[in-house]
Design a protein around this ligand. Structure first.
Ligand code: GAR
Length: 209
C-alpha cells in the first residue's frame, strides 16, 4: 500500500474522509502522516484521535517559504511518503516543492475548475448566478488551482442558497470524491504524463459524475 501524507491548515473534514476510506476494506493507500502548517488546526486533534502520526511545521517559525518547505520535505521523506493530498492546505507552494512532487501531489478545490480558482468560490458562484457548481480533484502544478483534472463532482445551485448551504452541499461531494481520486492515483488508474492525466481505464474519467 502506498504511504500517503495529508497536508492541512484547518478543520480537516476531507482528511477524515480520506482516513476512513483508507481504513475501510481494500484500499491501495494508507494514511501514514498528517502535516499541519498551523499548530491550532482542529484537524490535528481529529488525526490524533484516529491514531495517525501528526507533525506541525509552523510556517511562521521558518524565515522563508523555502525553509518551511525543506522542513516539510524532510518530514515526508523520513516517513517514506509516496503521495501527498492537500486537504484545505492554505499555503501557496513554491515551484521547487511542486516540481519535486510532480505527479505525486493532488489537491481538492471547492469549484468546478477551471472556474473559480482561489478563494471564496461559493460566494463567487452565487454572485454569477451559475446553476451548477461542485468540486475538483487535480494534480498540483505551480500555477494555483490550474493542474490537470482527475475527478469532478457537480451539485445544483438552488433558489435561496447561501454561501453556507452551497458549501454544505459541495462538501458532501468532496468527501465522496477525494477518496475516489486518491484510489485512482495510488492504483495507477490515473497518472500524470507530460502534463496530462492519462486514465488507464478510460471509463473512470467520467465515473466521478
Ligand atoms: C474544503 O472545502 C476544500 O475544498 C477547500 O477548503 C475546505 C477545507 O475543508 N480547499 C481550498 O479552498 C483549497 N484552496 P476541510 O479542512 O474540512 O477539509
Amino acid at each position: 500500500r502506498r504511504r500517503v501524507a495529508i497536508l492541512i491548515s484547518g478543520r480537516g473534514s476531507n482528511m477524515v474522509s480520506l482516513i476512513e476510506a483508507a481504513r475501510a476494506g481494500a484500499f491501495p493507500a494508507e494514511i501514514a502522516l498528517v502535516v499541519s502548517n498551523r499548530p491550532d488546526a482542529a484537524g490535528l486533534d481529529r488525526a490524533r484521535e484516529a491514531g495517525i502520526a501528526t507533525c506541525v511545521i509552523d510556517h511562521k517559525a521558518h524565515p522563508t517559504r523555502e525553509d518551511f518547505e525543506h522542513a516539510m520535505d524532510a518530514a515526508l521523506a523520513s516517513r517514506g511518503i509516496a503521495f501527498i493530498c492537500l486537504a484545505g492546505f492554505m499555503r501557496v507552494l513554491t515551484d521547487w516543492f511542486v516540481e519535486r512532487w510532480a505527479g505525486r501531489m493532488i489537491n481538492i478545490h471547492p469549484s468546478l475548475l477551471p472556474l473559480y480558482r482561489g478563494t471564496h468560490t461559493h460566494r463567487r458562484a452565487l454572485a454569477d448566478g451559475v446553476l451548477v457548481h461542485g468540486c475538483t480533484v487535480h494534480f498540483v502544478v505551480p500555477e494555483l488551482d490550474a493542474g490537470p483534472i482527475i475527478a469532478q463532482a457537480a451539485v445544483p445551485v438552488v433558489p435561496g442558497d447561501t454561501e453556507e448551504s452551497l458549501a454544505t452541499r459541495v462538501i458532501v461531494q468532496e468527501h465522496r470524491l477525494y477518496p475516489q481520486a486518491l484510489r485512482m492515483i495510488c492504483d495507477g488508474t490515473a497518472r500524470l504524463e507530460t502534463g496530462r492525466v492519462v486514465f488507464s481505464r478510460p471509463w473512470d474519467a467520467s465515473g466521478s459524475l
